[in-house]
Design a protein around this ligand. Structure first.
Ligand SMILES: [Zn+2]
Length: 384
């Protein structure tokens, strides 16, 4: 991958969802793709699957359509149609969220080229512009809505959300008011998450199984509350794909937004397999201070990657001059790094020897301090 395309991630990172996790224990035990075991056991003859770890699914994230007043979060419907055509003509299998969950739980084979389509926030432009195209291609999709916005100007109504089921459209939970959950007390998080889920279930008459973190922000408490609410999968905005090492409550998504995204850019979004790691410093979430002594990531299988094509990025410092030890798999860059942004994303990319694709791992870190005035910020002001 070129530095240019990585810059695009950092740019998207800045313009886009930013967030944090509280410090986790070192490497949280991952809930791995159990299916890879099945693949390893007998489905390895699937064309293109050279190793179990090579199977992955790209979960795409959209927001608005043809809303040029919001150039960083909109997609043109013409481009969207071309992207869906690309998926069809290039042999991609578009999975529903249920099918994705089945893959993760080992109940379904992971397709060679798997994609999931998600649309956040429930804007009416999604219903008017994207849904007809998805219907045309018979592609399943999931729209994550925040309950407070349903039925108000520029957002989908309950009746419209009810219709989606017939067209392969799932409705997912995106809280009640779209707050920055990491700023809320546990009780408030519960109200936002559980309250919204129950309201959706009552009004739509079906179980709500999937959750997307507003702004892609989460911490241990938020993750725990979402798990307790009973979601099958929880989605972030961390760039990357779902595969080996996937955590059910912290799945990455590839954002496909921006008025200027080309079809080539889109194709690249589909070509970032997950990059399994065994150690991260700093770990995702809240930092002890606004200065970190170093950044150090240990790759699980260093021999799979080209030593000269491994890159480490920290959002506000751009590409770091990192050293890679191909024997131990340790990729590190000594600091200290003084951070001024509330949130940063650390991204690692490594070119795979087997297929030339750049595997990717990404996560968020947040500097300590109060985010005053942001507690009740709503992403999109609602006008009744
Ligand atoms: Zn959102």
């Amino acid at each position: 991958m070129t530095t240019g395309s990585n810059s695009a991630y950092l740019k998207a990172d800045k313009a886009y969802e930013s967030g944090s996790l509280q410090s986790l224990f070192m490497m949280r035990a991952s809930l791995h793709f159990r299916l890879v075991l099945i693949i390893a056991a007998g489905i390895c003859l699937m064309p293109g699957l050279t190793t179990a770890a090579s199977a992955y699914i790209s979960v795409l994230l959209y927001h608005r359509f043809d809303e040029n007043r919001f150039p960083t979060t909109t997609t043109s419907s013409t481009q969207f149609d071309l992207q869906m055509e690309y998926l069809k003509s290039h042999g991609y299998t578009v999975l529903s969220m249920d099918q994705l969950a089945d893959c993760l739980e080992g109940k379904r084979p992971v397709p060679e080229k798997g994609v999931v389509i998600t649309i956040d926030d429930g804007f009416i432009s999604g219903y008017d512009k994207a849904v007809p195209i998805l219907k045309k291609y018979h592609f399943p999709f999931c729209i994550f809505v925040f309950t407070h916005g349903i039925g108000v100007k520029n957002y989908m109504s309950w009746e419209q959300l009810k219709q989606l089921d017939a067209w392969g459209g799932e409705v997912g939970c995106h809280t009640y008011t779209h707050p920055r959950l990491i700023n809320l007390k546990e009780k408030e998080i519960e109200q936002e998450v559980k309250g919204s889920k129950e309201t959706l279930e009552k009004n739509l008459g079906r179980r709500i199984k999937y959750f997307a973190y507003p702004y892609g922000q989460y911490n241990d408490t938020v993750r725990a509350v979402a798990k307790r609410a009973g979601f099958r999968l929880m989605l972030t905005s961390d760039p990357g794909s779902v595969g080996e090492g996937a955590e059910f409550d912290r799945l990455p998504r590839q954002a496909v937004v921006g008025a200027e995204m080309s079809l080539n850019d889109f194709a690249k979004k589909l070509m970032n397999p997950p990059l399994p790691v065994t150690w991260r410093f700093p770990e995702s979430g809240m930092l002890a201070s606004d200065t970190i002594p170093e950044v150090s990531i240990t790759l699980k299988d260093p021999g799979l990657y080209e030593p000269g094509r491994i890159n480490l990025f920290l959002s506000e410092k751009k590409r770091l001059n990192a050293q890679f030890d191909s024997r131990t798999g340790v990729l590190s860059c000594k600091g200290p790094f003084h951070l001024t942004r509330k949130t940063n994303r650390i991204i690692v990319t490594a070119r795979r020897k087997s297929d030339g694709l750049f595997a990717m791992d990404s996560y968020l870190i947040v500097i300590p301090g109060t985010w005053s005035g942001m507690k009740y910020t709503i992403l999109y002001p609602i006008r009744y």
